[in-house]
Design a protein around this ligand. Structure first.
Ligand code: NAD
Length: 352
């Protein structure tokens, strides 16, 4: 029997259809009366509805949150919040909107109400990131964990399969790595395995021809559980490679996760047998890596770095950077094995 410590963040989750109507009540619970609304362009129509419901309690609004939180955007958002005396932040959108809200929370301690529209999971974590020049500074701080997360399946109704599929695999990657994390424990394993199972059930439907609200609800629930797993687990070779490929070579975030996940899982197949059993159980597949590859293919997400227009000449450099200061990983991280992993991902070979 193993000893373990599990500590949860005290977030409040409001889940269901039409739940964006609860935003004003959730602000009341936080004793907040002057919110800065942050969104991405694709979700500005949702922000319009929320702004109307808030009336004068919406003190300022930013519509242009972008990926990886550029420093100048964070500084401008912090300054706007100060100028308008904001006492809270509402993010409407995926990791880009939550990321900008977290930058404000980190600097000013303002509480966040997050309304996610993707499956990336940032709304459940204490991880923040700000990009500057060619690099991205990241850290963990409990002050950036949203106080309330409102999961409204309505926001995912217009989410096209070409974005929703990779985003769901991005979520699943958090759970796969949580299952073999250095600090894995029975609670994390439960979130992670169930998250993978529910996503594997919902994703093919929401990426298919006639998605319904049950599938949307399942997928969002799975993404929530995977976000919980990310919040508390250390991440391994998969997240390291995605950070390198996204950060140093500008590849798209969720799509990179979709390509790399089966190969990173294959890399750890012998070193993390319990995690592999859990993934197979959740997917109903014979092998973990093969099952993930088949799922990625089935939902029409990219399966090779070539699909993302990654240049073959950059494979060596990517392997170098990824192995310079590796994260903990159950299978030892060595440059030749990682180069082989990247070659397989570049070619889009099915593992095993
Ligand atoms: P995102 O928020 O940029 O969304 C991706 C794209 O989808 C955008 O163009 C957006 O406008 C569009 N979009 C979002 N929701 C939509 C919807 N419902 N319908 C139609 N289009 C929609 O990106 P993301 O994939 O959600 O998140 C990626 C970012 O979040 C990265 O910067 C990543 O580093 C960060 N991230 C952080 C954490 C964390 O814990 N801090 C976790 C996961 C991701």
């Amino acid at each position: 029997m193993d000893d373990f410590i599990f500590e949860a963040f005290p977030a409040r989750i409001v889940f269901g259809a039409g739940k964006i109507a609860e935003v004003p009540a959730e602000l009341d619970r936080l004793d907040a009366s002057s919110a800065l609304l942050i969104t991405t362009l694709s979700q500005s129509f949702v922000a319009d509805e929320i702004e109307r419901s808030l009336g004068t309690r919406c003190a300022a609004r930013i519509d242009g949150a972008v990926m990886h939180v550029p420093r100048e955007n964070a500084d401008a958002a912090i300054a706007l919040g100060e100028e308008k005396n904001c006492d809270s932040v509402i993010s409407i959108g995926g990791g880009s909107a939550v990321g900008l809200a977290k930058a404000i929370a980190l600097s000013k301690g303002l509480p966040i109400v997050a309304v996610p529209s993707t499956f990336a999971g940032s709304e459940m974590t204490d991880i923040w990131g700000i990009s500057e020049g060619d690099g991205k500074i990241t850290g963990r701080d409990a002050v950036v964990v949203p106080k309330t997360v409102i999961y409204d399946i309505g926001l995912t109704r217009g989410y096209p399969a070409r974005l929703a599929g990779p985003s769901g695999i991005n979520a699943m990657a958090h759970s796969v790595e949580a299952l073999y994390a250095q600090n894995c424990n029975p609670v994390l394993s439960m979130y992670a395995e169930e998250g993978i199972r529910i996503l594997a059930d919902g994703l093919p439907s929401i990426c298919g021809d006639n998605p319904d609200d049950d599938a949307r609800s399942n997928t969002l629930k799975g993404a929530f559980l995977c976000g919980l797993a990310l919040a508390k687990a250390t991440m391994g070779i998969h997240h390291k490679l995605c950070h390198v490929i996204g950060g140093a070579f500008g590849m798209p975030h969720a799509e990179t996760h979709a390509v790399i996940l089966p190969h990173a899982t294959f890399y750890n197949r012998d070193a993390a047998p319990d995690a592999m059993y859990a993934i197979c159980r959740a997917l109903g597949s014979d092998t973990a890596a093969g099952g993930l590859f088949d799922l990625v293919e089935r939902i029409g997400a990219p399966t090779s770095l070539q699909d993302l227009a990654f240049e073959e000449k950059n494979l060596d450099r990517a392997a170098d950077i990824a192995t310079e200061s590796p994260y903990y990983n159950p299978h030892p991280v060595d440059r030749d094995s990682v180069r082989k992993l990247l070659e397989d991902a570049f070619q889009g070979r099915r593992p095993e």
